[in-house]
Design a protein around this ligand. Structure first.
Ligand SMILES: [Zn+2]
Length: 556
C-alpha cells in the first residue's frame, strides 16, 4: 500500500535563514501512496462538534463530556487504540477563575478623575485563587513593552521598582512596525517577548500588583472584540501548588483610546511614549496616577482531559510520530446582535479535531507504519496552550523518542490553494518533508506573510517545540486555484473580522471542502513519511529549539 520507490531530495533549505550550512547530504524519504481520506468524516465530525449541543466546547462543561465521548467513539471506530495504557485520556488539572461584579477601573490623581467600564473599555482577570481581588490606589507606571531580555541587553524594568504597582504595557515587541526581519527582536517577526503571556509572566516576576496591556489592533493581530470575548467568562489556568500566589492580582487589557486618555491626564502623550519605548535604553515612566479595580472570583478546580489514541508501529513501535489539534473552544461568549451566545468554534478547531479522526481512519487503512503514530486532541489551547503544555511537561511517550509531529489548528475554507503557508518556515528539517509531500500535487510552501502576528507562539506545536520536539505547523494558503490571492485574502479577512473567536464561527453546509481535503493529504503524507523513515529530524543549526532537542535525544 505504501512506498516502493524512493524519493531523493537534496538539502536546499539549510543555506537559508541564517543557519550554518552543513554538508549537503541526500535525504531519502519513502514515497507514500495516496491516502483514503473521508470527506464525510470531516463534515460529520466538524458539524457535530460545532453544533449548539456542544455549547462551544469549553473545558469543564457538558460540552467537554460530549466532545470526549464523540472523539473516543470515533477513534475506536477508526481502529486505533487508547493511547494512555488502557485509557483514552490524560487528566489535565486546571483551575477556573471567573471575575464577577467587576467594578469600573478608576484612575485618579491626574488632570481629571476617570472611570472605565468593564467589557467595552477594559477587561480584567486574576490568576490568583482569591475570592476577592482588590487593588486600590496603586501607582501606575508605563513600562514600554514590559520586556526584560538580558541576552539582548534590554530591560524595560531597569531602575524602577514596580512592587505593588500597576504596570501599563504595550503589546507586541519593540521591533514591531519595521519592514524586515532584522533587529534586536527579529524585526517585524514577533518574538515570545511580544506575547501577552510573557508580559504577564514578567510583570509577576517584577512583583507588580496589576498588569494592563494596551490593546492596539495591528500589533495585537486581533480586534477588541476578541479581547472582550476571550478575557471575560471563566478563565483557565494550570493548577499550581501555591494557588497563583506569585502572580499579579490583576491582569487585564485596556482599549487604546482609554490609554490615550490616561496618558493625557498624566500630562503625557501616548503616541510619543510608544515611539520612545521602541528605543534601547527606554526608561519606564511614572505616570503619577493611581488605579483601582476590584471584583469577586468564582473559583473551581477540575481535571479537563487530553484525548490520546495510538496506531502502533510494526517495526519500531517505541518511536513516535505525533499529531496534535486542540478540541476546546471558548464556550458561551459575548452574544452577537442576534442573541447567539455560543462560540461554536467550527473552523477553530472542530476542523482540526475532525482531521485527527479522518487521519486515524486513513492511517489504519494504509496499514501499520514502522513507527507508532499518536493522535493527541488537547484541551485548553484557548486558555494559553494549557493541555499541550501539560502533555509536554508530563509526556506519555518520551519526548526523546518522539520523532516529530504535525499540528493542525483551523482549516481554511476558501477552496483549493496553490500554496501552503508554513508558520515557522526555515526552522527544522521538517520543511524538507513538507516540500516532498507537496511535489506531487504541484503546490508550493511559503513562509507566513505576517510573522509580526506571532502565530508561531499561538498554537500547540509551540509547547512541543519548547521541549525540543520538531513540529511543523502549516495551513492551506490564500493563493487560490480559483480567484488567486485576491479571492483568498477576502475569505481570510471575512473570517478574521466576522467569525474568529466569535459566535459566527459556525458550520456551513455550503462549504467547499476541496481545499481542506488537499491539505489533509499533505498532513497525512508528512506524518506517514516520518513514520516510515529511520531519520531523526532536528531543528536547523542555530535554531532556538535545537539545544533542547539534542539534550532530549541524548537521554538527559
Ligand atoms: Zn485554534
Amino acid at each position: 500500500m505504501l512506498k516502493r520507490s524512493l524519493l531523493v531530495l537534496l538539502v536546499p533549505s539549510l543555506a537559508l535563514a541564517g543557519c550554518k550550512k552543513i554538508e549537503e547530504e541526500p535525504l531519502v524519504l519513502p514515497e507514500i501512496a495516496a491516502p483514503e481520506l473521508s470527506v464525510e468524516t470531516m463534515k460529520a465530525v466538524t458539524e457535530e462538534l460545532s453544533s449548539d449541543a456542544f455549547e462551544g466546547r469549553a473545558p469543564g462543561t457538558p460540552g467537554e463530556e460530549k466532545t470526549l465521548a464523540l472523539l473516543t467513539a470515533k477513534f475506536e471506530a477508526a481502529g486505533i487504540e487508547p493511547g494512555n495504557g488502557e485509557s483514552w485520556f490524560q487528566d489535565v488539572p486546571l483551575v477556573s477563575i471567573e471575575a464577577q461584579n467587576v467594578s469600573p477601573l478608576t484612575v485618579t490623581g491626574g488632570s481629571e478623575d476617570m472611570s472605565f467600564a468593564y467589557g467595552s473599555e477594559m477587561v480584567v482577570t486574576s490568576y490568583q485563587e482569591q475570592p476577592k481581588i482588590d487593588v486600590a490606589d496603586s501607582d501606575m507606571v508605563f513600562v514600554g513593552y514590559g520586556v526584560n531580555a538580558p541576552e539582548r541587553g534590554w530591560n524595560d524594568y531597569a531602575d524602577v521598582d514596580v512592587k505593588g504597582k500597576t504596570v501599563v504595557i504595550l503589546v507586541n515587541d519593540p521591533d514591531f512596525g519595521t519592514d524586515n526581519l532584522e533587529g534586536e527582536f527579529g524585526g517585524r517577526a514577533m518574538t515570545y517577548y511580544g506575547r501577552w503571556t510573557y508580559k504577564y509572566e514578567e510583570a509577576a516576576r517584577q512583583g507588580a500588583a496589576a498588569a494592563l496591556i494596551i490593546h492596539d489592533t495591528a500589533p495585537a493581530a486581533y480586534g477588541w472584540n476578541v479581547v472582550e470575548s476571550s478575557w471575560s467568562g471563566p478563565q483557565f489556568y494550570a493548577q499550581s501548588a501555591n494557588g497563583g500566589a506569585d502572580q499579579t492580582k490583576i491582569n487585564g487589557w485596556i482599549q487604546k483610546d482609554v490609554a490615550a486618555k490616561i496618558f493625557a491626564a498624566a500630562g503625557q502623550d501616548l503616541d510619543a511614549q510608544m515611539i520612545a519605548a521602541k528605543k534601547k535604553g527606554f526608561k519606564a515612566v511614572d505616570l503619577g496616577l493611581k488605579a483601582s479595580s476590584s471584583f469577586e472570583n468564582t473559583i473551581s478546580k477540575m481535571d479537563s482531559k487530553n484525548v490520546v489514541g495510538v496506531l502502533k508501529g510494526k517495526t519500531r513501535p517505541d518511536e513516535y510520530v505525533i499529531y496534535t489539534a486542540h478540541w476546546d473552544h471558548l464556550g458561551r461568549c459575548k452574544p452577537a446582535p442576534d442573541g447567539d451566545d455560543i462560540c461554536n468554534g467550527a473552523v477553530d478547531n472542530a476542523t482540526g479535531t475532525a482531521a485527527l479522526v479522518a487521519l486515524a481512519e486513513a492511517h489504519v487503512k494504509a496499514g501499520a507504519p514502522d513507527r507508532s503514530i499518536v493522535f493527541l486532541a488537547v484541551t485548553a489551547e484557548e486558555s494559553g496552550l494549557l493541555g499541550s503544555k501539560y502533555y509536554a511537561d508530563n509526556p506519555i511517550y518520551p519526548l526523546g523518542q518522539t520523532v516529530g509531529g504535525v499540528n493542525m489548528d483551523a482549516f481554511g475554507m476558501a477552496g483549493p490553494a496553490k500554496n501552503v503557508i508554513v508558520v515557522g518556515k526555515g526552522k527544522s528539517d521538517l520543511d524538507r518533508y513538507l516540500d516532498a509531500a507537496l511535489t506531487g500535487d504541484g503546490r508550493v510552501s511559503e513562509a507566513e506573510p505576517t510573522p509580526e502576528k506571532g502565530f508561531y507562539y499561538r498554537s500547540d506545536h509551540f509547547s512541543f517545540a519548547k521541549q525540543g520536539v520538531p513540529m511543523i505547523y502549516f495551513e492551506g494558503g490564500e493563493d487560490l486555484v480559483e480567484g488567486g490571492r485576491e479571492a483568498g485574502e477576502a475569505v481570510g479577512k471575512d473570517y478574521t473580522e466576522n467569525r474568529y473567536h466569535g459566535p459566527k464561527d459556525e458550520y456551513d453546509p455550503n462549504w467547499n471542502w476541496d481545499g481542506v481535503m488537499g491539505d489533509l493529504k499533505v498532513y497525512f503524507t508528512v506524518a506517514r513519511m516520518l513514520a516510515m523513515t529511520e531519520d531523526w529530524p532536528n531543528w536547523n543549526e542555530g535554531d532556538e529549539f535545537r539545544a533542547a532537542r539534542d539534550k532530549s535525544r541524548a537521554g538527559d
